[in-house]
Ligand binder design. Structure first.
Ligand code: FAD
Ligand code: PYC
Length: 414
């Protein structure tokens, strides 16, 4: 595959863009693979990529029932940060954040990583104490964050109303190297790199059954026929419960809709990401100028990929008190995704009761930021049978009661 570069753009401009190749192949499935990954979202693709890059395992198929990145990966508000409280979380989220720094170069694909900084506003004294505690924990974990004053918040975000009609801004947890990236590009960049390594990324191929013999996986049935495999990764976010049911086990997970919306594009007015968790809403400005806005999860389980109307109202109301100028904006689009939420708001990266079957799920409302780190760790788990980054995130923690409570760091009301 030809590399993307400034020279390639100039060359193609000179010949009317007739020489570009397809970014990834569109193959039909083979009869058998060493590894099958179910789900071509960011986590599935990153797992496949690191299996190839870090372990030389390339006889891999990634099966996707819809289109590449059409699940939560292409529906999220793209916030990247690693300011979590617990040590195992800080380790995997910071690994991930640092991989985002070089992702465009690693994949030879511009994912538009923008480390513009993320503030989580503290609007109650309880939140002030919570975020100060997180800043101290982050210092011990080697994650650079700081608790900043209301004046500093105002300096960073001139459009903010720090006096607030209900909750004044009392400070904020600031991560200067947090930010955003272009979500589709993350999926496309990984797909291109996987295809380049000889892996098959197969879209419109739904897995309908998982075949087992003697407690071990032997393959899957799909809408494109039966495919054999020695190892299987289930990486399907909101559909994890459905797919693990095919393998005969249940997960401690719930699927709920989480939604977002964008405004009409306006001139640059906010160059950091702001999360206001007490009033509940978060906002950033896209490169096109749209204000990207997200709300909370629905209060009931569902698979609608839409989200309920009252959440839009609540989210917009919360953001208008925080940023009064947005009351003048027209909203253009709204959408939802089905997020997979665990009781402790931490992910599951684990072996399963079926030999050869591995699960990566439970990223809930916050897995976009984790894509490269999760792929790195999941590939290690699948290739070697263990990974220091996944150890604490196994399914066993629910049996042993060793929860990794990240309900504050999750940032999104559940
Ligand atoms: P997905 O991208 O959902 O991929 C799973 C794939 O599996 C899907 O494409 C699906 O079609 C496929 N699949 C399912 N069943 C089958 C089957 N039987 N056969 C084949 N394929 C199947 N996270 C952040 O870090 N920052 C944010 O700002 C943020 N904002 C969010 C805002 C919204 C509105 C939403 C919905 C989520 C947000 N998230 C955010 C969470 C983040 O999007 C997810 O945690 C992450 O994208 C999950 O990636 P994934 O690869 O696990 O899942
Ligand atoms: O995890 O930072 C996050 C997040 C923000 C919005 C949705 N998730």
């Amino acid at each position: 595959m030809k590399r993307y570069s400034a020279f390639a753009i100039a060359r193609e401009a000179a010949r009317y863009h007739t020489g570009w190749e397809r970014a990834w192949r569109a193959p039909e499935p083979k009869a058998s693979y060493d590894v099958i990954i179910i789900g071509a979202g960011g986590h599935g693709l990153a797992t496949a990529y690191h299996l190839g890059k870090n372990y030389g395992i390339t006889n891999v198929a990634i099966l996707e029932k819809g289109w590449l990145g059409g699940g939560n990966t292409g529906r999220n508000t793209t916030i990247i940060r690693s300011n979590y409280l617990q040590d195992p979380s800080a380790a995997i989220y910071e690994k991930s954040r640092s991989l985002y720094e070089t992702m465009s170069q690693d994949l030879n694909y511009n994912v538009m990583f923008s480390p513009r900084g993320v503030i989580m506003l503290a609007q109650t004294h309880h939140e002030v104490r919570g975020y100060q505690r997180t800043a101290h924990a982050n210092a011990l974990q080697g994650v650079t964050t700081e608790f900043i004053s209301p004046e500093k918040v105002r300096e960073l975000v001139p459009i903010i109303n720090i006096d607030g009609p209900r909750y004044p801004v009392l400070g904020g947890l600031w991560q200067a190297r947090g930010g955003t990236a272009r979500h589709d590009a993350v999926a496309w960049g990984y797909a291109r790199a996987c295809s380049e390594m000889g892996m098959d990324v197969i879209q419109k191929c739904e897995v309908t059954a998982i075949r087992r013999e003697g407690g071990k996986v032997v393959g899957v049935d799909t809408t494109k026929g039966a495919i054999d495999c020695a190892r299987l990764g289930i990486v399907v976010a909101g559909h994890s419960g459905d797919v693990t049911a095919m393998a005969g086990f249940r997960l401690p997970i719930e699927s709920v809709a989480l939604q977002a919306l964008v405004s009409e594009p306006i001139k640059p007015c906010m160059d950091v990401v702001v999360m206001a968790n007490t009033v509940h809403g978060y906002m950033s400005q896209s490169d096109k100028g749209e204000m990207v806005i997200g709300g909370g999860t629905d209060g009931y389980n569902n698979y609608t990929q839409r989200g309920s109307f009252h959440h839009i109202e609540e989210t917009v109301r919360a953001l208008i008190e925080t940023f009064p100028m947005i009351s003048r904006l027209k909203m253009l689009r709204q959408w939802g995704g089905i997020v997979d939420v665990t009781g402790d708001r931490s992910p599951i990266l684990s072996k399963t009761p079926v030999e050869g079957v591995f699960i990566n799920c439970g990223w809930g409302t916050g897995g976009f930021k984790a894509i490269p780190g999760s792929g790195w760790a999941m590939a290690e788990l699948m290739a070697k049978g263990h990974s220091p980054l996944t150890e604490e995130f196994s399914l066993d923690r629910f049996r042993a009661g060793k929860f990794i409570d990240e309900s504050v760091a999750a940032g999104v009301a559940h």
